[in-house]
Design a protein around this ligand. Sequence first.
Ligand SMILES: Nc1ncnc2c1ncn2[C@@H]1O[C@H](COP(=O)(O)OP(=O)(O)O)[C@@H](O)[C@H]1O
Ligand SMILES: N[C@@H](CC(=O)OP(=O)(O)O)C(=O)O
Length: 443
Amino acid sequence: MKVLKFGGTSVGSVASIVNVKNILKAKTGKKVLVLSAMAGVTNKLVELTKMIEAKNNTEIAEIIAELKYKHDSTIDALIQDEALNVSTKELVQNILNELREISKRNYSETVYAKVVTTGERMLTTVFSGFLTSCDMENKLLDAKDFMHVANLENPDTGLVGKKFRESTAGLQQPDIYITQGFVRIDGNGSVSTLNRGGSDYSATILAAALEASEAQIWTDIDGFHNNDPRYVENTHALAELSFEEAAELAYFGAKILHPQTISPVIKKQIPLFLKNTFTPELPGTKISSEIHSRGLKAISAKDGITAIKIKSNRMLMAHGFLKKIFEVFDTYETAIDMITTSEIAISLTIDNTKNLDKILAELNVCGEITVEKDHSIICIVGEGLIEDKDTSRLFELLNDIPVRMISYGGSANNISLLVATENKIQTLQALNRKLFEKEYEFV
Ligand SMILES: Nc1ncnc2c1ncn2[C@@H]1O[C@H](COP(=O)(O)OP(=O)(O)O)[C@@H](O)[C@H]1O
Ligand SMILES: N[C@@H](CC(=O)OP(=O)(O)O)C(=O)O
């Protein structure tokens, strides 16, 4: 069994949906497909949740009509068989009718989740009808029947596997199962999400749950690049990454993977391939425990970081002081990403500012507090990176860019820098020149 995830860009148009069908046709064996919504649809649905909150009925009706037009015209272009065309449109209409009913409710977290996960429901319905029209036997599964994920950080993949087997028991076991990414059932039994971009995580949770031989994430780029191609020219796809390298890069902002994608497959040692839907013949990136290359590999950046400095009059390193500080963050379930210390001050970073006010109120007794928002962590990754002599070039960056914090030596595989987000792109570009571009003259 293989799990294949196709992202919004891979199912974003009629032409790309046909590409996906051709990729599947060329592959033998049992597969579970995890599909996202068509590109742009989830953003539209997020807009709809805002209109529901504002009780703006005119806008609500307009957005629903727009979604109907988009999916109906996709069905018309893909499915020529009249009966199948009509029945697929009916199924999409039923989903839109539910959406209309939900839109009348008072806004809540569950309303939000039900609305934003509708794109996946519509697209999987369209895709299943399309494969049927191409004589490709398939079975559409409702992910809510098995994607029971109470703990977002540590999903119970055993439970997901059990529920998947229960929901497919007695079925004819087609070669292709189709299901929705992004959606989950939370610990209270309510519909929720795996957060934006979460279909990658759906795929690896399912791969672990089904003990798949491999997971594949199909997107619009030829693999994991050594730097963010949205901001840096001359990046290239990496042939391979270790699980740990990929996990670090995903957690620290590489958009190609949802931050938690790697953890389910690490535990079961299931290889993960990143492939381009538009150039399937290219090898893409293999993420696994078999590493053949060491040293500097890639750079990523995570935005939305807040730095907190606690300056104490007392000896900072006095016994128990750090414990007291960490306890405050623990109480408010706020993870710390970076830490640096001096004799009189400690600086640390967080990305979840939900409880910031309460945290600051408690930290105030520890010393003088400074808070700086709108920062980015730049993460430089590679097995044994700090032993690589070329890595030292990155410190030249300090000549040109104000670096707020540096984390070096926490592991041999990672160096992190904290910069103001307004300097992020310049930092990524400078690091690319200094660390990756061969023609760079080292002065
Ligand atoms: N290090 C990286 N390697 C490859 N792509 C990256 C990287 N960092 C950011 N990206 C961006 O991630 C995009 C793919 O992710 P995403 O838009 O979530 O795709 P999908 O719609 O398939 O889920 C690429 O088009 C690219 O612009
Ligand atoms: N459609 C959801 C989930 C997702 O993972 O999408 P994509 O695979 O297009 O990043 C979102 O936009 O957040």
